[in-house]
Ligand binder design. Structure first.
Ligand code: HEM
Length: 482
């Protein structure tokens, strides 16, 4: 056993923390915050190091220069996705989706169609903004319905973002009290519960556990069966609607169906794309907004500055539009700062090399799994002074203007290069409209002003994304405005 262990460990000529025989560093990684442990190791072993998870060595990149080298300069080399038994089981057709598929002509084809599906909502995402507005107003009314009583806002935020996403996918709002809506929520929750770094990871190492009543496997099995029925029903509805309005597409499902009829996308690829858009499109955005609420109740000064900007630019006579962002640098900077501070996608999605290559001067052979520690990138003291403090001003210049993209160093909340996020523009529209619509109408407070919940993101819950655990807020209608 020791000889096998030794052989595996010596494969990559890259430094790394010592692990235990056979399991390597797996035990040290079982923590609520694996990205924090990985960040600590980077301080001891450098910005490129390796860890061992059982019989696999994984390269971890932890700093701006090396992450950009891999994702931008050598984008094609690092654009693969490692095999995961769990994801292969749960993904339609094994790997016929977008997120978990290697870079290939097929991936490019499906990504292009998915992009077209999202693009039909307007280059400036104007139709998304209209769809989002109704749902956000509904969420605000739910908040108001609690009067002066404290409540946990997380479920209402989840429901709001879920229904915006399903609205885009199927072209209509789903009744929140319906069985269909509950199924969508269950699908998303089961992926949060069994996402790649949390419980369920044991199935990647020991797939045979599924024969022994493994709880994660039972959840994934249920997920697959619900999803199959739900997506088949959505696609049937899309086909019917398309025939009614002479092939003019009005939803992502309709665009997918149109391309299916033209033989450009398979049924598994359609289900894979819907699966990705639903999960990635909901969990990430709602986690970021929940983190922002947590910050706002801890930083009344930030809340006040956003409200001042809303009063100056929008007033209270109309609803916010996405175009308002051009005149609201402070609000935009607050959204960027929450993406940095809480880092929704702490370890991004794992990458894999598609050829023999190198990074930071180290050789990395074909087929090596590579993790980008976005958390470490976003909390690097070299680029951010007091990185664990929430400071909106770091994204503003001396005149209060938003820092241009090329000056935002060590900041990649949506990734970059061949595998960059497909939904960045959409996420930004929804976050901007949510924050401005909410703070236009309401002030929000912690349940106990003298003892607000701890906003430290290291204490958040880490599933697929980093997000706060239970916390209560109190809302009050805003009174005096310009
Ligand atoms: C705050 C919101 C969001 C954040 C922070 C976020 C972040 C990310 C990150 C870090 C990646 C991985 C990049 C890489 O592999 O290097 C990613 C990929 C992806 N995201 Fe997002 N995302 C967000 C919202 C969305 C939305 C709204 C959608 C869909 C409508 C979406 C769809 C995707 C897809 C399909 C991929 C896979 C791309 C590929 O593998 O080629 N994301 N996202």
């Amino acid at each position: 056993m020791w000889i096998i262990q030794k052989k595996v460990w010596k494969r990559l000529d890259i430094p790394g923390p010592k692990g235990l025989p056979v399991i390597g560093n797996a035990f040290q990684m079982i923590s609520q915050t694996p990205y924090v442990q990985l960040h600590k190791w980077s301080k001891q072993h450098g910005n490129v190091y390796k860890i061992q998870m059982f019989n696999e060595e994984i390269v971890v990149l932890s700093e701006n220069d090396v992450i950009r080298e891999a994702l931008l300069e050598k984008s094609e080399d690092f654009a693969g996705r490692p095999f995961s038994w769990r994801m292969n089981y749960v993904t339609p057709g094994g790997d016929k989706d977008i997120v978990f598929r290697d870079l290939s002509q097929d991936l490019k084809r499906v990504k292009k169609i998915a992009h077209r599906g999202l693009k039909q909502f307007g280059d400036g995402m104007d139709r998304i903004a209209i769809l989002a507005s109704d749902e956000i107003q509904d969420c605000i009314s739910r908040f108001q319905s609690h009067g002066n009583t404290p409540f946990d806002p997380r479920e209402s935020v989840d429901q709001c973002i879920t229904n915006i996403m399903t609205g885009l996918l199927v072209g209509e709002q789903i009744d929140k009290s319906s069985h269909e809506f509950q199924l969508v929520c269950d699908l998303v929750k089961s992926m949060e519960r069994c996402g790649y770094a949390g419980p369920g990871a044991e199935l990647d190492m020991f797939p045979w556990l599924r024969y022994f009543g493994n709880e994660s496997f039972e959840i994934l099995k249920e997920h697959k069966s619900i999803r199959e029925k739900l997506f088949s029903a959505w696609m049937k509805r899309a086909e019917k609607k398309l025939s009614l309005h002479s092939d003019e597409t009005r939803s992502v499902c309709e665009v997918l169906h149109k391309h299916y009829k033209q033989g450009e996308i398979s049924r598994d690829e359609i289900h894979g794309t819907l699966f990705n858009l639903l999960v990635a499109g909901i969990v990430t955005t709602s986690s970021t907004l929940k983190s922002l609420l947590m910050i706002l109740i801890n930083h009344s000064d930030v809340q006040k500055k956003i409200q001042d900007e809303i009063d100056d630019v929008i007033g209270d006579g109309r609803l916010p539009t996405f175009a308002d962002r051009h005149n609201m640098p402070y609000t935009e900077a607050a959204i960027l700062e929450i993406l940095r501070y809480s880092t929704t996608s702490t370890l991004s999605v794992p990458h894999k090399t598609l050829c023999d290559t190198s990074v930071g001067g180290y050789k990395v052979p074909n087929g090596t799994q590579v993790w980008m520690n976005i958390w470490a990138l976003h909390h690097d003291e070299k680029y951010f002074d007091e990185p664990y403090e929430f400071k909106v001003e770091r994204f503003l210049d001396d005149d209060g203007n938003l820092l241009p993209g090329n000056e935002r160093k060590s900041f990649l909340p949506f990734g970059v290069g061949k595998r960059e996020c497909l939904g960045e523009a959409m996420a930004k529209v929804r976050m901007f409209l949510f924050v401005t619509s909410l703070l236009q109408k309401l002030e929000i407070f912690p349940e106990d002003k003298n003892n607000p919940p701890d906003p430290d993101p290291i204490k958040f819950t880490y599933a697929i994304t980093n997000q706060p655990g239970p916390f209560n807020i109190i809302v009050r209608d805003r009174e005096s405005r310009k």
